[in-house]
Write a protein that binds this ligand. Structure first.
Ligand SMILES: [Zn+2]
Length: 231
Protein backbone atom coordinates (compact mmCIF):
# COMPACT_ATOMS: atom_id res chain seq x y z
CA UNK A 1 0.00 0.00 0.00
CA UNK A 2 2.74 2.39 1.01
CA UNK A 3 4.72 1.56 -2.13
CA UNK A 4 1.68 2.27 -4.25
CA UNK A 5 1.32 5.63 -2.50
CA UNK A 6 4.96 6.42 -3.22
CA UNK A 7 4.54 5.48 -6.85
CA UNK A 8 1.52 7.76 -7.15
CA UNK A 9 3.51 10.59 -5.54
CA UNK A 10 6.30 10.05 -8.05
CA UNK A 11 3.92 10.16 -11.00
CA UNK A 12 2.32 13.30 -9.54
CA UNK A 13 5.71 14.98 -9.24
CA UNK A 14 6.65 14.10 -12.79
CA UNK A 15 3.39 15.47 -14.14
CA UNK A 16 3.77 18.69 -12.15
CA UNK A 17 7.37 19.05 -13.21
CA UNK A 18 6.60 18.73 -16.91
CA UNK A 19 3.70 21.17 -16.59
CA UNK A 20 5.97 23.73 -14.96
CA UNK A 21 8.72 23.19 -17.51
CA UNK A 22 6.34 23.82 -20.41
CA UNK A 23 5.05 27.10 -18.90
CA UNK A 24 7.08 30.15 -19.87
CA UNK A 25 8.41 32.27 -17.02
CA UNK A 26 6.63 35.42 -15.93
CA UNK A 27 9.04 38.31 -16.38
CA UNK A 28 7.01 40.96 -14.66
CA UNK A 29 4.22 41.31 -12.13
CA UNK A 30 1.45 43.78 -12.85
CA UNK A 31 -0.64 45.40 -10.13
CA UNK A 32 -3.74 47.56 -10.15
CA UNK A 33 -4.10 47.58 -6.35
CA UNK A 34 -2.56 46.34 -3.15
CA UNK A 35 -4.05 44.01 -0.57
CA UNK A 36 -7.76 44.55 0.10
CA UNK A 37 -7.12 43.24 3.63
CA UNK A 38 -4.80 46.06 4.69
CA UNK A 39 -5.99 49.57 5.46
CA UNK A 40 -3.34 51.08 3.24
CA UNK A 41 -3.50 52.98 -0.04
CA UNK A 42 -1.05 54.68 -2.40
CA UNK A 43 -1.43 58.12 -3.96
CA UNK A 44 0.47 58.36 -7.24
CA UNK A 45 1.15 61.50 -9.26
CA UNK A 46 1.99 61.09 -12.95
CA UNK A 47 3.57 62.95 -15.88
CA UNK A 48 4.59 66.26 -14.25
CA UNK A 49 4.00 68.62 -17.13
CA UNK A 50 4.02 71.28 -14.40
CA UNK A 51 7.18 70.18 -12.55
CA UNK A 52 7.40 73.52 -10.76
CA UNK A 53 4.38 72.37 -8.73
CA UNK A 54 6.35 69.57 -7.05
CA UNK A 55 7.25 71.40 -3.80
CA UNK A 56 3.57 72.29 -3.28
CA UNK A 57 2.54 68.65 -3.71
CA UNK A 58 5.21 67.59 -1.22
CA UNK A 59 4.08 70.20 1.32
CA UNK A 60 0.47 69.03 1.16
CA UNK A 61 1.40 65.35 1.32
CA UNK A 62 3.66 65.89 4.31
CA UNK A 63 0.97 67.84 6.15
CA UNK A 64 -1.31 64.80 6.05
CA UNK A 65 1.31 62.08 6.55
CA UNK A 66 1.02 60.84 2.97
CA UNK A 67 3.97 59.30 1.15
CA UNK A 68 3.53 60.00 -2.55
CA UNK A 69 4.74 57.99 -5.49
CA UNK A 70 5.78 60.22 -8.37
CA UNK A 71 5.79 58.95 -11.96
CA UNK A 72 7.32 61.76 -14.01
CA UNK A 73 8.21 61.27 -17.65
CA UNK A 74 11.91 61.83 -18.27
CA UNK A 75 11.61 65.00 -20.32
CA UNK A 76 9.75 66.67 -17.44
CA UNK A 77 12.54 65.94 -14.96
CA UNK A 78 14.66 69.03 -15.38
CA UNK A 79 17.93 69.89 -13.62
CA UNK A 80 16.16 73.09 -12.54
CA UNK A 81 13.88 71.05 -10.25
CA UNK A 82 16.69 68.68 -9.21
CA UNK A 83 16.57 69.84 -5.57
CA UNK A 84 12.80 69.25 -5.40
CA UNK A 85 13.14 65.68 -6.75
CA UNK A 86 15.92 65.06 -4.23
CA UNK A 87 13.74 66.52 -1.50
CA UNK A 88 10.96 64.07 -2.43
CA UNK A 89 13.35 61.14 -2.03
CA UNK A 90 14.81 62.48 1.21
CA UNK A 91 11.33 62.87 2.69
CA UNK A 92 10.41 59.26 1.95
CA UNK A 93 8.37 59.70 -1.20
CA UNK A 94 9.07 57.44 -4.14
CA UNK A 95 9.89 57.97 -7.80
CA UNK A 96 8.94 55.45 -10.49
CA UNK A 97 9.53 55.21 -14.23
CA UNK A 98 6.77 56.46 -16.56
CA UNK A 99 8.92 56.41 -19.76
CA UNK A 100 10.90 59.29 -21.21
CA UNK A 101 8.39 60.96 -23.54
CA UNK A 102 5.05 59.38 -22.55
CA UNK A 103 5.23 57.07 -25.53
CA UNK A 104 2.57 54.42 -25.97
CA UNK A 105 4.66 51.27 -25.45
CA UNK A 106 1.94 48.79 -26.30
CA UNK A 107 3.08 48.14 -29.86
CA UNK A 108 6.59 49.53 -29.50
CA UNK A 109 9.57 47.35 -30.33
CA UNK A 110 12.10 46.11 -27.84
CA UNK A 111 14.65 48.85 -28.61
CA UNK A 112 12.06 51.59 -28.09
CA UNK A 113 10.92 50.12 -24.78
CA UNK A 114 14.50 49.87 -23.51
CA UNK A 115 15.32 53.41 -24.71
CA UNK A 116 12.17 54.93 -23.20
CA UNK A 117 12.82 53.44 -19.77
CA UNK A 118 16.58 53.90 -19.73
CA UNK A 119 16.47 57.49 -21.03
CA UNK A 120 14.05 58.40 -18.25
CA UNK A 121 16.60 57.03 -15.77
CA UNK A 122 19.30 59.18 -17.39
CA UNK A 123 17.18 62.32 -17.09
CA UNK A 124 16.53 61.63 -13.43
CA UNK A 125 20.22 60.95 -12.83
CA UNK A 126 21.13 64.24 -14.51
CA UNK A 127 18.67 66.17 -12.35
CA UNK A 128 19.73 64.50 -9.08
CA UNK A 129 23.44 64.36 -9.81
CA UNK A 130 23.53 60.64 -9.02
CA UNK A 131 21.84 57.44 -10.18
CA UNK A 132 18.58 56.54 -8.49
CA UNK A 133 17.07 53.06 -8.45
CA UNK A 134 13.36 52.89 -9.27
CA UNK A 135 11.31 49.82 -8.34
CA UNK A 136 8.33 50.11 -10.64
CA UNK A 137 7.24 51.10 -14.11
CA UNK A 138 3.92 52.70 -14.92
CA UNK A 139 2.99 52.35 -18.59
CA UNK A 140 1.98 55.64 -20.26
CA UNK A 141 -1.81 55.53 -20.79
CA UNK A 142 -1.67 52.14 -19.04
CA UNK A 143 -1.00 50.85 -22.57
CA UNK A 144 0.64 47.46 -22.51
CA UNK A 145 -1.44 46.20 -19.61
CA UNK A 146 -3.00 43.60 -21.89
CA UNK A 147 0.30 42.46 -23.38
CA UNK A 148 0.78 39.89 -20.66
CA UNK A 149 3.70 39.12 -18.40
CA UNK A 150 5.46 36.32 -20.29
CA UNK A 151 6.04 37.47 -23.88
CA UNK A 152 8.57 39.63 -25.70
CA UNK A 153 6.97 42.85 -24.46
CA UNK A 154 7.30 41.84 -20.81
CA UNK A 155 10.83 40.59 -21.41
CA UNK A 156 11.83 44.00 -22.82
CA UNK A 157 10.46 45.71 -19.68
CA UNK A 158 12.30 43.16 -17.54
CA UNK A 159 15.53 43.60 -19.50
CA UNK A 160 15.27 47.36 -18.98
CA UNK A 161 15.58 46.53 -15.27
CA UNK A 162 11.97 46.30 -14.07
CA UNK A 163 9.96 43.37 -12.81
CA UNK A 164 7.04 45.31 -11.30
CA UNK A 165 4.43 47.31 -13.20
CA UNK A 166 2.14 49.46 -11.08
CA UNK A 167 -1.15 50.62 -12.58
CA UNK A 168 -4.13 51.97 -10.63
CA UNK A 169 -7.74 51.32 -9.67
CA UNK A 170 -8.90 54.93 -9.24
CA UNK A 171 -8.39 57.46 -12.03
CA UNK A 172 -10.29 60.66 -11.32
CA UNK A 173 -9.66 64.28 -10.48
CA UNK A 174 -13.05 64.53 -8.78
CA UNK A 175 -12.47 64.44 -5.02
CA UNK A 176 -15.99 63.17 -4.29
CA UNK A 177 -15.63 60.33 -6.77
CA UNK A 178 -12.24 59.33 -5.36
CA UNK A 179 -13.58 59.34 -1.81
CA UNK A 180 -16.55 57.24 -2.91
CA UNK A 181 -14.41 54.63 -4.69
CA UNK A 182 -11.45 54.37 -2.33
CA UNK A 183 -11.02 51.12 -0.44
CA UNK A 184 -8.23 49.10 1.13
CA UNK A 185 -5.33 48.68 -1.30
CA UNK A 186 -6.47 51.42 -3.69
CA UNK A 187 -3.95 53.07 -5.97
CA UNK A 188 -5.12 56.59 -6.79
CA UNK A 189 -3.89 58.23 -10.01
CA UNK A 190 -3.49 62.00 -10.17
CA UNK A 191 -1.25 64.19 -12.33
CA UNK A 192 1.45 66.71 -11.46
CA UNK A 193 -0.41 69.90 -12.28
CA UNK A 194 -2.15 72.72 -10.45
CA UNK A 195 -5.64 71.33 -10.98
CA UNK A 196 -4.76 68.04 -9.30
CA UNK A 197 -3.08 69.77 -6.38
CA UNK A 198 -6.56 71.04 -5.49
CA UNK A 199 -7.87 67.48 -5.64
CA UNK A 200 -5.02 66.27 -3.42
CA UNK A 201 -5.79 69.01 -0.89
CA UNK A 202 -9.44 67.96 -0.89
CA UNK A 203 -8.92 64.22 -0.44
CA UNK A 204 -5.99 63.92 1.98
CA UNK A 205 -7.68 65.21 5.15
CA UNK A 206 -10.62 62.84 4.61
CA UNK A 207 -8.41 59.84 3.76
CA UNK A 208 -6.37 60.54 6.86
CA UNK A 209 -9.45 60.82 9.07
CA UNK A 210 -10.79 57.52 7.68
CA UNK A 211 -7.60 55.97 9.04
CA UNK A 212 -5.90 55.00 5.80
CA UNK A 213 -2.15 54.65 5.93
CA UNK A 214 -0.95 56.44 2.79
CA UNK A 215 2.21 54.69 1.69
CA UNK A 216 4.49 54.53 -1.33
CA UNK A 217 3.73 52.05 -4.09
CA UNK A 218 6.65 49.82 -3.04
CA UNK A 219 5.34 49.74 0.52
CA UNK A 220 1.79 49.06 -0.63
CA UNK A 221 2.86 46.21 -2.90
CA UNK A 222 5.57 44.93 -0.53
CA UNK A 223 8.27 45.36 -3.14
CA UNK A 224 11.80 45.34 -1.88
CA UNK A 225 14.43 46.99 -4.10
CA UNK A 226 16.74 43.95 -4.05
CA UNK A 227 14.04 41.93 -5.79
CA UNK A 228 14.17 44.28 -8.71
CA UNK A 229 17.71 44.96 -9.74
CA UNK A 230 21.02 43.20 -9.99
CA UNK A 231 23.07 45.23 -7.59
ZN1 LIG B 1 0.99 59.47 -17.86
Amino acid sequence: MFRKFLALCLIGCLLCGSALASERPSYITQYTNGSREEKRIAVTIDDWYEPEMLPDFLDVANEFGCKLTLYPIGINVRPKEGPAWQRAIDEGHEIGNHSNTHKNLEKAGRDTILAQLNNMEKRLEEALGHPHIMNTVRYPFGAGRFNGTRGAFAKAVFDAGYSHVALWDIDSTDAREILKKVENGSIILLHGRKKDLRTLKAILPELQSRGYEMVTISDLLHIRPEENKDM
